[in-house]
Design a protein around this ligand. Structure first.
Ligand code: ATP
Length: 319
């Protein structure tokens, strides 16, 4: 298996290397293709990601990435999503009994359209951002949601009472879920933000558009205890990019306080995507045991460092 690896910026350089250790331990036949993307490249070459980088990444089966610090006028994440047609962003949130909120939720965020489609105008006195939702993209997103295992109920989150684009989003999602015999309900995004805190146990899977998924993800991350705990997968028809949901957290870079679990669980999602469920389960079990052992970074109230947590996870996997 060939995996493109980009550490990115800030704490990406600290949380991605432990993922390599874990994957090297679990995979017999793996080749890592190192790609440099991010802030330093932008400073040097004027672009945070180049065409050559995209070509290099295409030589791999999938990619593992750390976060990239935003640079003016360029979004590396959006570039990757477009280049590899990564239409679905899958974000599981599990509270591991670390907080009083019993959240066990999968968020499926649309990844290419909505307000992040890129149709914008900015002039001194007026700015416009177009919100684009298409039937074909929504259909494949809802079809993807229908195929997920272990989901009891899909909640379509939208604002169709105000936004016409969400009338299409809601109706297409509902029709596809119904066609596949998947139980679903629907909720306005403001009600979803409220209910996530009031009744977190009522959610099994949220299916939503790009911006709403972005915002609700950070809320869900707070409910499970930390942004640093949460992994994600950007899925396309034949390629996927795995990354923790957090950013480059410049405030934490170099302090040894970054939580590596979101990144390591992203490596677990990579193994699941490639059908290696037994190995993915080993990562899951070792993360749970590490947390049970109280080996945690300060964001979770612990005193351990990034390296302590990573070593404990590796130690448990090694058995
Ligand atoms: P960017 O602009 O790259 O998105 P940001 O600082 O705006 O960076 P995040 O990187 O997501 O956004 O960080 C938000 C806050 O969450 C950070 O200040 C940090 O305190 C916390 N945080 C993020 N990731 C982690 C992590 N892995 N471990 C611990 N705390 C984290």
């Amino acid at each position: 298996m060939k995996i493109a690896v980009a550490e990115g910026d800030g704490i990406g350089k600290e949380v991605v290397p432990p993922c390599i250790d874990v994957l090297e331990l679990l995979l017999e036949d793996v080749e890592f293709i190192t790609v440099e993307i991010g802030y330093a490249k932008w400073m040097r070459e004027g672009l945070p990601i180049t065409e050559e980088d995209i070509e290099l990444i295409k030589q791999a089966d999938c990619m593992l990435a750390g976060a990239v610090t935003s640079v003016p006028g360029h979004s590396v994440v959006v570039r990757l999503r477009k280049a590899f047609d990564l239409f679905a962003n899958l974000r599981p949130f599990t509270s591991y009994a670390l907080t009083p909120y019993g959240l066990d939720l999968i968020m499926i965020r649309e990844n290419l359209e909505g307000l992040y489609f890129g149709k914008e105008e900015l002039s001194p006195d007026r700015a416009v951002t177009e919100r684009v939702i298409t039937r074909s993209n929504t259909e494949r997103l809802a079809t993807f949601a229908s195929a997920l295992e272990g989901v009891e109920m899909v909640t379509i989150v939208h604002k169709a009472n105000v936004l016409k684009s969400d009338v299409l989003f809601r109706d297409v999602c509902a029709r596809v879920l119904q066609k596949h015999g998947v139980r679903y309900n629907e909720m306005y995004v403001d009600a979803a933000a409220y209910n996530l805190i009031k009744h977190p146990d009522k959610f099994s899977c949220i299916l939503t558009s790009n911006l709403f998924g972005d915002i609700l993800s950070d809320e869900a991350a707070a409910l499970v205890g930390s942004l640093g705990l949460c992994p994600s997968a950007n899925i396309g028809p034949d390629f996927a990019v795995f990354e923790p949901i957090h950013g480059s957290a410049p405030d934490l870079a170099g302090t040894g306080r970054a939580n590596p679990i979101g990144a390591i669980l992203s490596a677990k999602m990579l193994l699941e995507w490639s059908g290696q469920y037994d190995k993915a389960a080993l990562i899951d079990a070792s993360v749970r045991q590490t947390l049970k052992n109280g080996i945690m970074t300060p964001d979770l109230g612990g005193k351990s460092s990034t390296a302590d947590v990573a070593h404990e996870i590796v130690r448990i996997i090694e058995g």
